[in-house]
Design a protein around this ligand. Structure first.
Ligand code: ADP
Length: 171
């Protein structure tokens, strides 16, 4: 039996991703995670493992996320350069929260889930289904749209729309 006078343990989750840049789909997942966990640490990948170079620096990406989540008291934003599970452990997190859009996300996440569980079985991965409004939305798609002058203002936070316009729009 647990001692009722003891403070309940704070439930900390991390939401890892590239966030290059953050979209309204990410903000939706982060917001919903913040309703379930005591603290959510949005964790920005500082060192890309994929071949594609990021459009925004880790600091810029973290800045956009801070702007977009500033109204959520229990959300923090940090850059990390280690393994996701090691960063989670370092932060005292018990969960890794990921958003799932389509079958294509599932395959990748299924593999990562098995690998992460092998490394640190005590950290649980939790999957949140994308809202129907955002299930088509990806950072890559948004960057493509902005490159060709498409209006992305409904898809990303205002500061991101502005930065995308400045950096990508062809003359
Ligand atoms: P990754 O580099 O793993 O693709 P992203 O920065 O694209 O990371 O996204 C971080 C997390 O947010 C991932 O779990 C991804 O599946 C999820 N995600 C991205 N876009 C959406 C969206 N529109 N709706 C729900 N989840 C999303």
């Amino acid at each position: 039996m647990s001692d009722p006078s003891e403070e309940p343990k704070k439930r900390i989750a991390i939401c890892p991703g590239s966030y290059d840049p953050v979209t309204n789909g990410h903000v939706d997942i982060i917001t919903r995670a913040s309703n379930v966990f005591d603290t959510v640490i949005v964790s920005v990948v500082g060192q890309a493992t994929r071949k594609q170079k990021a459009l925004f620096s880790p600091e810029e990406r973290a800045g956009f996320l801070r702007d977009a989540t500033g109204h959520l008291d229990n959300v923090e934003v940090e850059i990390f350069t280690t393994l996701v599970v090691d960063f989670a452990a370092q932060k005292g997190a018990t969960a890794i929260v990921k958003g799932l859009r389509a079958i294509s996300d599932f395959e990748y996440e299924f593999e990562m889930n098995q690998l992460n569980r092998k490394l640190r079985p005590e950290i649980e991965s939790v999957y949140v289904f994308a809202s129907s409004d955002y299930s088509f939305l990806s950072s890559t798609g948004v960057k493509e749209m902005a490159t060709f002058g498409g209006d992305v203002s409904d898809l990303v936070p205002a500061s991101v729309a502005e930065a995308l316009n400045e950096r990508l729009k062809r003359p």
